[in-house]
Design a protein around this ligand. Structure first.
Ligand code: DNO
Length: 388
């Protein structure tokens, strides 16, 4: 595996020099200052690339060139927007960067109810709490019909929890869900968010899949020409939220994805944290099954709870067997004769991260360094023991 670290650009308090000291050789980043849907110009791409290379690192993966909502919905100016997307792909390829992560999640990207949830050892983790999600949807945002998405038991707990919450706690919950996403330029407010969600009122899973298929059929032939590999990020968490259809959650969804257009350019970011939040996903089996389409790895480990809540545990802790995951990754790399870019995804805020807590949620320096170091040791141990 090629070790990489995500970097959010100049505004990131984790610097390229820190990434180098963590032992990573690659950087994963995007033009975070460009608004979703705008063209990525060669000069802007080249500036970021030079910056990374001057720090002795390589730009391994673009995460992400985001997809405009009009393309996901196939409304309005979506054809022009696909053309802009294609031009951005030509431009990144011309700068020599040919790995592109993206996602097709409606409105929201990854969603958590807590960005700094305190663990027993006083480090903090990201958490998705089903009851708090119900509090937000049913009592804070008051989404029409939200009650139908929850069991009676969760709704009762949500009611009690809401009554006991201070205004600050309510605000913290709202901000975690609507403003928690690192590296985006747009922060959402409840009214704007409601309007955006309403656009999906009559969009089913099948409709959204058809739109993804349409998009891929428009861009993948160009990607093949350019040698660009697209790698879709799964939906996180892997469930429908806020009544929005989410379509990349399971083995079946990935089956559909690879069948939309049969091409090595139509690939997957295998995120063990997103897919691992669904107990039905057998991660080693899926890695083996989609081995020719996995271009990028996000390794992290969530601890699942009985009611559908989860938090992000240590990289070798959590509910997924990271030993089996890494063993399978090394095996498919051997079969294919490749070394896949991998980043330790998310990390706890710990040690110095806690004193300097202006890092992006999930993207602390030391927490991710710990994750990377543990994964590196695990991979080395597996390789040296000749079990694959
Ligand atoms: C979370 C990330 C996601 C991911 C995008 C990819 O930490 O893995 O935000 O970058 O969904 O498009």
């Amino acid at each position: 595996m090629q070790e990489t670290f995500r970097w959010f650009g100049e505004s990131d308090t984790v610097k390229l020099s820190d990434i180098r000291q963590a032992g990573a050789t690659g950087v994963v980043t995007a033009l975070h200052h460009i608004v979703n849907g705008e063209l990525w110009t060669i000069s802007e791409i080249q500036k970021v690339k030079d910056n990374i290379e001057n720090a002795g690192l390589k730009w391994s993966f673009i995460e992400s060139i985001p997809i405009h909502e009009n393309i996901k919905l196939r409304i309005g100016d979506y054809e022009e927007r696909i053309e802009v997307y294609k031009q951005s792909l030509r431009n990144v390829a011309q700068c020599g960067i040919k790995n592109v992560c993206y996602n097709f999640m409606p409105v929201l990207d990854w969603t958590r109810t807590h960005l700094f949830w305190e663990l027993e050892d006083k480090s903090t983790a990201l958490r998705f709490d089903k009851v708090e999600m119900a509090v937000f949807e049913c009592f804070i945002m008051k989404r029409n019909g939200a009650e139908n998405s929850y069991s009676l038991d969760i709704l009762e707990q949500a009611q009690v929890s809401f009554k006991g919450m201070s205004n600050d706690e309510k605000q913290r919950l709202e901000d975690s869900i609507l403003k928690g996403l690192p590296g985006t330029v747009d922060d959402l407010t409840i009214p704007v968010f409601k309007d955006m969600i309403a656009q999906y009122d009559n969009v089913s899973h099948e409709d959204l899949k058809a739109n993804l298929s349409y998009f891929l059929n428009r861009i993948i032939p160009l990607c093949e020409e350019l040698g660009v590999k697209m790698a879709i990020h799964p939906d996180d968490p892997p469930i429908d939220i806020m009544g929005l259809p989410r379509i990349i959650k399971s083995e079946r969804d990935l089956d559909d994805l690879v069948n939309f257009i049969d091409s090595p350019s139509n690939g997957i970011t295998f995120c063990t944290g997103s897919l691992g939040a669904n107990p039905d996903n057998n991660l080693p089996k899926m890695i083996e099954k989609f081995k020719h389409r996995i271009h990028f790895l996000h390794l992290r480990n969530v601890k699942r709870e009985a009611n559908g809540s989860f938090y992000e545990d240590n990289h070798l802790g959590g509910s997924s067997d990271m030993y089996e995951v890494v063993k399978t990754v090394l095996k498919i790399e051997k079969d294919r004769g490749v070394s896949l870019p991998m980043r330790p995804d998310h990390g706890h805020q710990m040690l110095h991260d806690l004193k300097n807590n202006n890092t992006y949620a999930g993207y602390s320096a030391i927490g991710r360094l710990r994750g990377l170091a543990e994964l590196r040791g695990l991979a080395l141990g597996i390789s040296k023991s000749h079990i694959i």
